[in-house]
Design a protein around this ligand. Structure first.
Ligand code: B12
Ligand code: SF4
Length: 526
């Protein structure tokens, strides 16, 4: 049977990192089937185009995975595919929480023939076999022989054949530039950000987060060896095509078990399996100097930190009191000293937020080493404790907000400001953190560092700007380039002629070696 795994885009921003679930399920498919992957972020298609693709390629089963944000598009796509007579199975966090919605048991239309609840590593082979026999069940739940929920162990972990999978749709380098860029340094003909997991689960239970409920509060890890082997495979692939691979460790809290993380990083270093990587780590775990040394030595370039708020009252409200705003600056300095920078994520519209929260937050951000601040709104995702609290309090204004996804739009009323004011705060945050002046300032603040770092922060900021201000077309990019022409000109001039004078550090040598701009458009929380 030919199977299509499809991940819809949200139609607003593109994240250029492929989704791990597709590669994982592809690797776990029983032998004898062909599995095709389409990521809507890389290959945007409308419903009619997908339905046509399914018909023309003679696909026998379609699997669709989606976060809440993409679920409306996922349902529309599923409807179009099912209209051609091909069965659709859906999985992922949204349908796990709201299986009745996907199966049309809540009074709405049915969108899926079957739903895979929770982690599907062990149920997927059974789903495929049932589909072959035309006997799909409505629901597949990961349970043991006694009917108790079972979280799949990550040991053993399937080998994802990164050396041979077709990754063409995920190359971030334009095709036309390939012949030229593959000659640069060790080769930049391809640049891909690949998701790798080293463990699952998070015990912290922040109120707005799906993860503790979905993956559980006990953490499961892969063996160090299996992670190291995967990195070596990715490195070899990059070398063979004269390109670059960066890795996003998608674990929700990569350093949740300090001892294990340190041992993994030591093993990566010992095996020379270093690639440039980014990971999500909560601020409290970055107090450890040895960990930060190992992060830098093993290739860590960016750490995603879910700071959420600079107000301890807000943090306590959402059960994230382990975040201590007073130590944010020290944590970021500790990273920056090793040339590791941070993606700092903030949520506005929290219950103790008042107008001016964006400027108050930016005042602090400006005193920190340069990074990539991102701003979102508190969002009640289905089945989270936050959703339940707001529902009980009658504060949800759009209880089924996912049925009509509108980016950066609240679905409940904050306590101390209006919805409109919360929206304005987010806009203010993005506009001021990503203005041409702010970008120039970020580049200048790295005056002591080699040119590669300065280019890196500039490119990363340009890409991150697109999370809020969509930059989907060439015209939008041209406009941004024009607005930032002075900084671009300065960097190009330094590239060709070197720096005229180096204010603080005459020994700095400019080099492109450390350049690796991650394009992880989107937000997550750790
Ligand atoms: C990496 C990541 C991202 C990446 C993008 C995704 C990518 N390219 O990988 C980035 C950084 C861009 C991102 C952004 C966002 N993310 Co995100 N992200 C994650 C993260 C950390 C890992 C995803 C992952 O690969 N997990 C590992 C795989 C193996 O698990 P999985 O995807 O769930 O798949 C398993 C099952 O769900 C199931 N399954 C999944 N799909 C399918 C399909 C079929 C057919 C079947 C049978 C089974 C199946 O089988 C898989 C194997 O067991 C998750 C948290 C988490 N740990 O999952 C959050 C998470 C998915 N993100 C989340 C959110 C909310 C966001 C954002 C909206 C912002 C925010 N406030 O956090 C943005 C929006 C993105 C966008 N542009 O639209 C939420 C989603 C909750 C929800 N109900 O939708 C999560 C769960 C985190 C959270 N805080 O709650 N994210
Ligand atoms: S927000 Fe991060 S730290 Fe909190 S429960 Fe979710 S994954 Fe864990």
């Amino acid at each position: 049977m030919r199977i299509l795994l499809y991940n819809p885009d949200n139609g607003v921003t593109r994240n250029f990192m492929p989704h791990l679930w597709m590669f994982l399920l592809q690797a776990l498919t029983p032998p004898g089937h062909e599995v095709l992957l389409i990521d809507g972020n890389a290959q945007p298609m409308d419903e009619a185009q997908i339905a046509q693709f399914v018909r023309e390629r003679n696909i026998g089963l379609v699997g669709i995975g989606a976060m809440t944000r993409m679920i409306a598009k996922a349902y529309r796509t599923a409807d179009a595919i099912r209209a051609t007579g091909v069965p659709v199975v859906m999985g992922g966090p949204h349908v796990t929480e709201l299986a009745d919605e996907a199966l049309g048991r809540d009074g709405g239309p049915r969108h899926a023939d079957a739903v895979a609840l929770g982690e599907a590593d062990e149920t997927w082979p059974q789903i495929v076999n049932d589909a072959v026999r035309g006997e799909l069940k409505d629901i597949y739940a990961p349970v043991d022989s006694a009917g108790k929920e079972r979280k799949p162990p990550l040991n053993p972990y399937p080998v994802i054949p990164w050396d041979s999978i077709d990754l063409n749709q995920f190359n971030l380098v334009p095709k036309a530039a390939y012949p030229l860029l593959k000659q640069v340094g060790e080769g930049w003909g391809t640049f891909r950000i690949i998701p790798v997991e080293s463990g699952r689960g998070c015990p912290y239970g922040c109120e707005f987060c799906t993860v503790t409920g979905f993956f559980g509060d006990s953490i499961r890890f892969r063996t160090n060896e299996s992670v190291v082997d995967e990195l070596l495979l990715l490195k070899a692939r990059a070398r063979s095509e004269k390109g670059q691979m960066a890795v996003f460790f998608i674990d929700d809290n990569f350093a949740i078990n300090l001892k294990r993380t340190k041992s993994l990083l030591r093993d990566i270093i010992a095996a020379k399996a270093q690639v440039h990587w980014v990971a999500q780590i909560s601020a409290n775990l970055l107090r450890d100097e040895e960990l930060v040394d190992l992060i830098a030595a093993s290739g860590g370039k960016w750490v995603f930190i879910g700071m959420e708020s600079i107000d301890p009252v807000n943090l306590k409200d959402v059960n994230k009191g382990f975040n201590k705003p007073g130590e944010y600056a020290a944590v970021l300095e500790r990273l920056a000293k090793r040339n590791v920078y941070a993606i700092t994520s903030f949520i506005f519209g929290m219950d103790n937020d008042t107008t001016g929260v964006a400027e108050r937050t930016l005042e602090q951000v400006r005193t920190w080493p340069p990074g990539l601040p991102i701003f979102g709104l508190l969002t009640p995702l289905p089945a989270t404790p936050l959703y339940k609290r707001l529902e009980t309090a009658g504060r949800l204004t759009r209880p089924r907000h996912w049925q009509e996804f509108i980016p950066f739009t609240m679905a409940h009323t904050p306590l101390k400001m209006s919805i409109g004011e919360a929206h304005a705060e987010v806009k203010y945050g993005w506009a001021h953190a990503y203005s041409p002046e702010a970008l120039a300032q970020a580049v200048d603040s790295l005056d002591d560092e080699p040119l590669g770092y300065r280019i890196n922060i500039f490119l990363a900021r340009l890409c991150f700007r697109g999370i809020y201000f969509p930059m989907m077309g060439k015209l939008a990019w041209l406009k941004v380039v024009a607005q930032n022409r002075q900084t671009i000109f300065k960097l190009v001039r330094e590239g060709f002629f070197g720096r005229r004078s180096h204010p603080r550090n005459p020994d700095v040598q400019d080099s492109y070696e450390d350049m690796a701009a991650p394009d992880v458009s989107g937000e997550v929380s750790a």
